[in-house]
Design a protein around this ligand. Structure first.
Ligand code: FAD
Length: 428
């Protein structure tokens, strides 16, 4: 019997996850990617001059079980390491003090790991946030409390890439519930970079399973007939689809809007700004948070330092050189205190990466969601599908669920436009 073939358009994490799921039991998969390389928003840049760095720092939590499962499947789990096992250092520019906080609420039993200003009443507020049934802006739910600045605002921006004044309490609550599980609050970063520690291992695994990746192939349109996709018009070819062939469109919402204009999709996005300084760093990566500065998170690698500014709407249109200089002056003294040869007056070679549509804006209002199967043999995937924070974890889940939905539709011959299934939060 011929193995069923899955055509996956988009080789970001959702597309790679769909390809792994499709090939797990011997199925065939072909990936079509518009860019010259796989990875999408998780990619390493190799500019001329040899200063290699990721587009932006990506962190995972041990709570991200499906993302961790993805790493295990491709043999890359050990490449993701915990840079701050003793608690996350947070530097407050106002007090010029650095203190450590635990990311797991259990660690707050120790005063030395407690977020600054955390009082007994705040535990009730955090519980309400974690369990809240109605969606409200995070800032409105927490109120004007010291933990807003020391914990909630940085966490909201890091997880949802949306300012706390607008961000969805339900999406953040989902992340908080997961962090409560024992061992779930460890923060991980790629040891070397996203290409080496995430994308390449996935491609190697897929290649070993016989999957193909065709880069430089942009999907121009989906050819349809009788509620099914019958062909894919790509950059330089048209692929005819057989009766058993199925398609996953693992694409961002604006591409789905172009290809299938009648589908409801999110249309508001938030930028992330990444500034990379080429400087001799530390052998083992370090990761620090900053409050009261433009810089929010700083990752120190052996040959460069990367700064992340999420929800960067106010900065993204400003002159890149000016932003990079201002941020360098903020972080240089702290880098110096960690033993790096960094002086505010000597800014090293710098690259600024502006991701204008880094994620959807995850505000406290229902976001437009298309059906998971807009056509009988086509499923959608991407970090923006569903109601989880738009991250690597949701991209992995979306890829897996797209394949499950297609398998189910094939078995039951579901009509097109089946409703999006309720996502369940699985117990550990
Ligand atoms: C700077 C930055 C920092 C981030 N930090 C974190 C973090 O710390 N932790 C975390 O979990 N997440 C983080 N994220 C989010 C994470 O990167 C995304 O959630 C995830 O990569 C989304 O994967 P995806 O496959 O859904 O989409 P994408 O990565 O966007 O993949 C879509 C793919 O489709 C391709 N494509 C588009 N149109 C076409 C077409 N017509 N035909 C063929 N191919 C097409 C694109 O080139 C792309 O490769 C960050 C994102 C950014 C930008």
């Amino acid at each position: 019997m011929r193995a069923r073939r899955t055509h996956i358009v988009g080789a970001g994490i959702a597309g790679l996850s769909a390809a792994l799921a499709a090939t797990a039991e011997g199925g065939e998969a072909i990936l079509y990617e518009a860019a010259p390389q796989a990875g999408g928003r998780c990619r390493t840049l190799y500019p001329a001059g040899g200063f290699t760095h990721d587009n932006g720092t990506h962190v995972l939590f041990t709570a991200n079980r499906r993302a961790i499962g993805f790493l295990e499947t491709v043999g890359a789990r050990q490449l993701w390491i915990e840079p701050e096992p003793d608690g996350l250092p947070i530097h407050d520019a106002g007090t010029e003090q650095t203190s450590r906080i635990g990311l797991s609420p259990w660690s707050w039993l120790f005063p030395s790991r407690r977020p600054r200003g955390l009082g007994l009443g705040d535990l009730g507020r955090l519980l309400r946030l974690a369990l809240c049934s109605s969606d409200r802006p995070v800032a409105e739910l927490i109120g004007d409390r010291p933990i807003m600045k020391s914990l909630i605002e940085p966490l909201t921006i890091a997880v949802l890439n949306t300012p706390a004044m607008e961000a969805s309490s339900q999406r953040l609550g989902f992340a908080l519930r997961r962090l409560v599980r024992p061992g779930a609050g460890k923060l991980l970063v790629a040891r070397h970079g996203l290409d080496e520690d995430l994308v390449r291992p996935a491609l190697d695994t897929l290649q070993a399973r016989g999957a193909q990746l065709l880069t430089g192939q942009r999907l121009r349109c989906v050819l349809t007939g009788h509620d099914r996709a019958i062909g894919l018009a790509l950059t330089d070819r048209t692929v005819a689809l057989g009766p058993d062939d199925r398609v996953v469109l693992a694409l961002p919402p604006w591409e789905i809007a172009r290809l299938m204009p009648n589908l409801p999709v999110p249309d508001r996005f938030e930028p992330i700004l990444n500034i990379h300084y080429r400087i001799c760093g530390l052998d083992r990566p370090r990761f620090l948070g900053f409050v009261g500065t433009l810089a929010q998170w700083v990752l120190i690698r052996d040959n460069h330092v990367s700064v992340t500014v999420s929800a960067a709407g106010e900065l993204v249109d400003r002159n890149s050189n000016e932003i990079a200089s201002a941020i360098w002056r903020e972080i240089a003294p702290v880098l110096g205190s960690l033993g790096l040869d960094a002086a505010a007056s000597r800014q090293p070679e710098t690259r600024v990466v502006k991701e204008r549509r880094a994620t959807i804006r995850q505000a406290a209002c229902p976001l437009p969601q298309p059906p998971l199967l807009p056509l009988a043999n086509v499923a959608l995937a991407g970090d923006w599908i569903g109601s989880l924070p738009a991250t690597i974890e949701s991209a992995v889940i979306a890829g897996q669920e797209a394949i499950m939905a297609l398998q189910h539709a094939y078995r039951t011959r579901l009509p097109a436009a089946a409703p999006h299934p309720q996502r369940v939060e699985h117990a550990a």
